[in-house]
Design a protein around this ligand. Structure first.
Ligand code: MRU
Length: 355
């Protein structure tokens, strides 16, 4: 992933440098573009937990490179395999909801079953991590094309869409999922404007999506989350397009807190609702969204913005950072393996197989 390609795929969130992982510190955007260089799996664990890097696919890719770093650190150790396995277990504790993390770590375990030395482990793990990274970018580009066909069916004129959170190049291996579809719409002349929910409490929409889209010259209007109903009632939004952190076997979708509310609003106003996610986000092991672990983060994220108090310092806070949208409220799920309209368990099993 070279910086020269950013014009086509958007900004880059992470770069593998052979002996380290460079991450664009998303906590500081849009004010400052600072890159951090990580050399250990523990540093990658902290970066995921603390939201230096976020977004389901980017978390999985970062964790994969974290495993490579663990293998490099264990090169001189007798117990290199145990040390790599323990790093994998630790990385799995970094965040609970996005299944891409566990999917990527499972894939990183595969080479370990066949390697005979620490050196071979480093080589094979690096190859696997780079593959995971490249596959994610390819999936995003393909999903952009698939979604274009669906939206293009009944959109003769350029349309306005609403998105939530950040699902762009910053959240993925490049280009983006929902934001990748939005990029594809723009490139093909089918987009007039993107409305970006600010996405309280962490403000991924305000800080990241608005920044990414402006950087790429795509018309964006930022709105408070609470403006979404009024916006849809006005009739200008044709599609809500969002990403996902986990999609269960019945087509339920966990995504950034607020997504469920948008799906309810979209159904009421006759606005279509699209979820865009690579197959690494699909968890056929879980029957429904009720089984998805929902991350709760610190109350500080709600009580303060960048350290400035906006609420009484001791007020109790409810801060689940994801919610579950039932399949019934979803018009289309787009993955690189294909598109599912009006998702059901039967359609999910047909595309992704059983458990
Ligand atoms: O808490 P975050 O910023 O990691 O949450 C990100 C989201 O909810 C995204 O919508 C989701 O991961 C899809 S990213 C392509």
């Amino acid at each position: 992933m070279q910086a020269e390609t950013t014009r086509d795929i958007g900004v880059v969130a992470l770069e593998w440098r052979g002996d380290s992982l460079a991450l664009l510190d998303q906590r500081l955007l849009p004010g400052e573009e600072r890159w951090l260089t990580l050399s250990t799996a523990d540093e990658v664990f902290s970066a995921i937990r603390d939201m230096v890097v976020r977004g389901a696919p980017a978390i999985g890719i970062s964790a994969a490179y974290g495993v490579v770093l663990a293998a490099r650190s264990a090169l001189e150790s007798e117990d290199w395999l145990a040390r790599i396995e323990s790093a994998i277990e630790n990385l799995a504790e970094s965040r609970p909801t996005a299944v891409n993390l566990f999917w990527a770590l499972r894939r990183m375990r595969e080479p370990l079953a066949v390697v005979a030395s620490a050196l071979e482990a480093v080589e094979q793990l690096e190859r696997q991590a780079v593959r995971i990274h490249q596959e994610d970018l390819a999936a995003n580009l393909h999903m952009g094309a698939l979604a274009l066909e669906v939206i293009g069916r009944d959109a003769p004129e350029p349309i306005s869409v609403l998105t939530h959170c950040n699902t762009g190049a910053l959240a993925t291996g490049g280009y983006g999922t929902a934001l990748g579809v939005i990029r594809s719409l723009w490139k093909s002349g089918k987009l007039s404007r993107v409305y970006a929910d600010e996405t309280r409490p962490w403000l991924q929409g305000a800080r990241l999506t608005a920044w990414e889209l402006q950087r790429d010259g795509i018309p964006v209007t930022l709105n408070a989350d609470s403006a979404a109903a009024h916006l849809m009632a006005g009739g200008s939004i044709k599609w809500v397009i969002v990403g996902a952190d986990r999609i269960t076997a019945n087509g339920d979708v966990a995504n950034k807190i607020g997504t469920y509310g948008l799906a309810v609003l979209a159904r009421f106003h006759g606005v279509r609702f699209m979820v865009v996610a690579p197959s690494s986000t699909v968890d056929m092991q879980l029957a429904s969204g009720r089984d998805i672990p929902i991350e709760q983060r610190t109350g500080e994220e709600v009580r303060a913005i960048r350290g400035i108090a906006i609420a009484p310092e001791d007020v109790e806070v409810f801060n689940p950072v994801f919610d579950v949208t039932p399949a019934d409220l979803i018009d289309v799920i787009v993955t690189e393996k294909g598109v599912i309209e009006q998702p059901t368990q039967e359609k999910m099993v047909a595309l992704f197989g059983g458990k």
